[in-house]
Write a protein that binds this ligand. Sequence first.
Ligand code: THU
Length: 163
Amino acid sequence: MDQVNREVKHIKDHSSIHLSQETVNKLIHQSQEAKKQAYSPYSKFRVGAALLTLDGHVFTGCNVENACYNLGVCAERNAISKAVSEGYRSFKAIAISSDLSDQFISPCGGCRQFMREFGSNWDVYLSKPDGSYLKMAVNKLLPVSFGPEDLSMKKVFDIPNEY
Ligand code: THU
């Protein structure tokens, strides 16, 4: 087994995991609290995220923008990076909040891919400030995706090590 396979082997299918209504509401509330820390002086668009790990830990994140605009980081990616840097790679769900009153906040394409790295069958809760939400699995948000497993699929050409 090569290095990539060893790294991704732990990622399992968590789609069947059912969260209680109380857990979902709490996760959304935690994402709303995280939103209050948003550093978004340029876009004035606050986003918060709360990520629930398989063993019940919650990591939150907010968007952090920068005067060098393209260096800004999304709330979801911050929450995922916090979890991974603390040793957590298996996730049940992530809740996302913004200040949009009439729309469920939808994760950007980059964040969808970032989520997909850690499996495509876990749930994303897109919420509104009133606590209402839409639940969508990562594979629904990012169908026909490219992921870590693809790197080890059969190729017509293998680049030799000395390349
Ligand atoms: N943003 C997020 O944090 N998450 C999303 O899913 C959508 C966009 C942030 C990035 C930027 O700081 C601001 O919202 C406006 O795009």
